[in-house]
Design a protein around this ligand. Sequence first.
Ligand SMILES: [Zn+2]
Length: 265
Amino acid sequence: MLTALHKHRGLFIAGCIAVFIIILLSVKSFSTLVNAEERYTIQLVSEQPTGDLKRIEPEKYNGKIRKIAYLTFDDGPSLYQKSILDVLAQHDIKATFFLVGPNVANHKESMKRLVKEGHYPGLHSMTHNYKRLYQEGQIAVEMKQVQAIVQEVTGVKANLTRCPYGSMPGLTKPLRDQLVADGFKEWDWTIDSLDWKFPGNPNAVTHAVLSKVSKNVEVILLHEKEQSLQALPAIIEGLQNKGYDFEVYNENAHFSLNFWHDNRM
Ligand SMILES: [Zn+2]
């Protein structure tokens, strides 16, 4: 009798544990699904500090040196992309986007519009995962994958990449050799807005950008985030007041802009 009771109690506890594990597993897989997009947009560490990019030559226009700003938006497409395109259209400005492959499927219409309106669909990997891209050396593989996805949706085969977290220190010589062999270029930036640090504070994003502007050519790192969208009109107007024109990345007029000063890319 006593043995039978013990046996049943054991079965009951085992059953409870099994049910608990099943519930745990299903909750986890559901949240994985829900967060699939968010996962790709998380910034794990500060993207790199800015480098001094000596390779950029000033351009002259009507005898005066033209000051040019490139606005770049990383980690999209996101739910803010459509509104970012609206602001850019209102100001008649073209920008450069660096896209994460798995996000593209969720924003196909916006991606088609992005290209149709003259913006550049640059490449920003599939996983945005430092270990996978740099330590496991998957960066060229992932850039080819996102290139194919962007081409399928927009018809544009883009060759300009931006390395997640910047090319320094992750993109070592062997990895740069692979990107070069596959025909890719790589752009870092001259101004980091640090926008991801300032949720709910677009003024801080605007200040972070405008306070750092000094060179004749500035490439400004932003992300497809709410505070960056909200700061965008003030950033554009601030740069215009400082005498800057805006340009979009042009593969036919490529200039080298990476922290390694590797002029092959
Ligand atoms: Zn990124």
